[in-house]
Structure formats: C-alpha cells, structure tokens
Ligand binder design. Structure first.
Ligand code: F6R
Length: 368
C-alpha cells in the first residue's frame, strides 16, 4: 500500500509530478481556451465579481496566500486571504459580487465549512477547491474545482497542497479569460509553463539525497527559521509548519523583509535559516533577499539557500545551496516546496517520530 516507501508521506511527495499533471489535465480546450467543468457559475456571473476572498486553514491557507499573488496579477481583481477560523467573526464585507474561494483537501474541515455557510448567508458566491469528491464542502458550494491529487493518507498535506496551488492558478487564469484582462492572451503560454512543472518537481525528487544528508546534519537543532518573499513567503511558512508538525521542532517562517522589524533578534550563532530565493528575473526581489541572507549570516546563522540554476549571486552566502529549476516567479512554489517537505519528513523519521501520524493531529479537523 505504501508502494515500497517507508511512509505514506514519502509516497505522496513522490506522487507530486502526477498530482500536478492530473490537476491540469483536460482543463485546456483544443482552441486554447480554459475549461473548468465543475464551474456551476456562469461566465456572466463571474464577470460581475469585483472582490475575491480566499479562505482556508493550515497548509491550504498557504495555498491561498499563493493564490492572492497570482489572481491579482492576472485578473486585477482585489483578492484577500483569510484564515477560515477568523473570517466570520470579524464582520466581513460581502455581497453578491464577492467571490469567496475556499480551499480544502479533505472537504470536511469545520472551520472552512462554517465560513462557507456564513458567506452564503451573506449572499456571496462560493467556489471551492477540493480534493475529495462528494465531501461536504463541495456539496455546500456554488462551484467546485477539484484537485486531482488522489487520496492523501499521511496527516501532513503534500501532494494535496501542490494540487491546490495548481487549481488556484487555473482559477486565476480562468477569471482572466472571462474578464478579458491583458493576461487573457497569455493564458496558453502560462499553461505551457505549468505543464513543464512536473519535470521540475521530478528533478527535486531525484536530488533528494542532499536534503536527506542535511536532515541528518540538522536533526539536533532546537529551532529552524524559514525566509521568503513574494510567493516564497508562503513557501517559507509551509516549510516551517511541516517541520513543527512532523519533527516537533520549533520553526518559524518569516517574510524576509520583516526580519529587521523584529525576528532578526532570534538569529544567533548556528541557527539554521532556510531562504527561498525568487528567480533572478525578478531583479528587485532577488537582490533584496540576497542582502537578507547576508544579514542573517553576519549574525552567525547557518544558511540553507534555495535558488534557481545559474543564480550565482547567492553562492558566497550559502552554507548549503539547494538548486531549483528555472521557472517563472509565480510558479516557483511548486518546485521550492518539495525539498522543504522532504526535509521535514526525513528529519522527523530520523528522530524516530511517526511521520504519517504526528502527535495531536488528525487528518480532517471536523471540530471548530
Ligand atoms: C498540514 C495540514 C493541515 C491542513 C488543514 C486544512 O500539513 O495538513 O494544516 O492543511 O487542516 O485541511 P483541509 O485542506 O483538509 O481543509
């Protein structure tokens, strides 16, 4: 059942090229137009959308954070991101032209379900991104985009997350198509870039030995930090969450630009700091993060730098360098997350923890 892997989680990490490919499959009509079959909202209804709120919990919330960058860039529709457990308690502003998007692997998360019920009472339309056919969340939504990651057994979400990120891109591109924003013409090109991603993920899996060795090396750490900018920020948060969940090690993710506003105070000699570096094409972002790496290193941090092929600016400041394939900035989470998942999984296994069933956690959280 684990297909030769020690853990379901490792098997599910390895299934990610397929999860991404399957989630893209059949969504692109021969005429080049996107087609989302389970969209029970008409294009006319979608054209009226003037605000999007993406709601989720945990890892799915980090997919929502990635969604905001992509959706606003491609559609120019304002997009907010919110934790499901906070949403309905703050008197949010919703009306018929608000599209609430929820993201849930299980489709049974109570916080998310309660947010959906609240949003619909306020007359907002609800579109759900979900991995589980026939679960409660899609049944209670106006429209669904299913992720095709296949069943996820390990408590910690991996392939479910990457498939969610893909579904968010598809939604963003679909809205751009419907609304006729300038990215409308570029949809085919972006889809082609997405179709190349599974090979990039496969490469990260083939390079797993480096991450395994690093996990052995860092297994005694008391605290590990993760930094990112732009879509690398949610990747950093996800890296930290995986490590907390599985290895029970204190870990935190930060927006790299926030370092100097406080968190840098916890950087001391020997603290491992993972840094997700945006592609060089994003000059300003890449440059800024290179100086963030220098800042933490000057305070004794041990830097583990994730940077794309050919980015040599980071080399002098990287105690360990994990190479990523060259992909567009917005799509980088699909490759950059993989070594962080493997790292957490390997480190937890080396500490003797049950990777598939971490303490205190359940696969579906059906209480609020
Ligand atoms: C983390 C993890 C959780 C879930 C969260 C939402 O690895 O699995 O944080 O992401 O409980 O679950 P779903 O997506 O099923 O709503």
């Amino acid at each position: 059942e684990k297909g030769g892997y020690d853990w379901f989680m490792l098997k599910e990490i390895a299934e990610q090229p397929q999860a991404v490919a399957d989630t893209l499959l059949g969504r692109h009509a021969p005429d080049g137009r996107l087609r989302l079959d389970e969209m029970r909202l008409s294009d006319d209804e979608l054209r009226t959308v003037d605000k999007i709120i993406v709601i989720a919990c945990g890892t799915s919330y980090y997919a929502a954070m990635v969604a905001k960058y992509a959706i606003e860039h491609w559609t120019r529709v304002p997009c907010e991101v919110e934790l499901a457990s906070e949403f309905r308690y703050r008197d949010p502003i919703l009306d018929r032209s608000t599209l609430v998007v929820t993201i849930s692997q299980s489709g049974e998360t109570m916080d998310t379900l309660m947010a959906i019920r609240y949003a619909r009472q306020q007359r907002a339309r609800v579109l759900s991104i979900c991995n589980t056919n026939g679960s409660t969340i899609p049944r209670e939504s106006d429209a669904v985009i299913y992720t095709h990651a296949g069943p996820e057994v390990a408590v910690a979400s991996t392939k479910g997350f990457l498939a969610q990120v893909v579904a968010c891109y598809l939604l963003g591109l679909y809205l751009a198509q419907v609304k006729g924003t300038k990215y409308g013409d570029e949809i085919g090109a972006i889809i082609a870039q997405l179709e190349a991603i599974p090979a990039g993920i496969q490469r990260m899996l083939d390079d797993a030995e480096q991450v395994r060795a690093l996990a052995a090396d860092l297994a005694g750490s008391r605290s590990i930090l993760f930094l990112g900018r732009h879509v690398g920020y949610p990747v950093a948060l996800e890296g930290a969450l995986k490590l907390k969940e599985l290895a029970y090690i204190h870990a935190e993710g930060f927006a790299a630009g926030e370092l100097k506003h406080g968190p840098i105070a916890v950087v001391e000699e020997g603290v491992p700091v993972f840094v997700v570096v945006p592609p060089k094409a994003r000059d300003q972002l890449q440059e800024k993060i290179v100086s963030n790496i220098q800042e933490v290193r000057a305070r004794g941090a041990r830097t583990i730098v994730l940077a794309e092929d050919g980015d040599d600016d980071v080399v002098p400041y990287a105690d360990e360098l994990i190479r990523l394939p060259k992909v567009p900035t917005l799509l980088q989470p699909l490759v950059a997350t993989v070594p962080l998942q493997l790292f957490a999984c390997e480190l937890a296994a080396q500490l003797g923890h049950d990777v598939d069933q971490p303490r205190n956690l359940a696969k579906s959280v059906t209480v609020e």
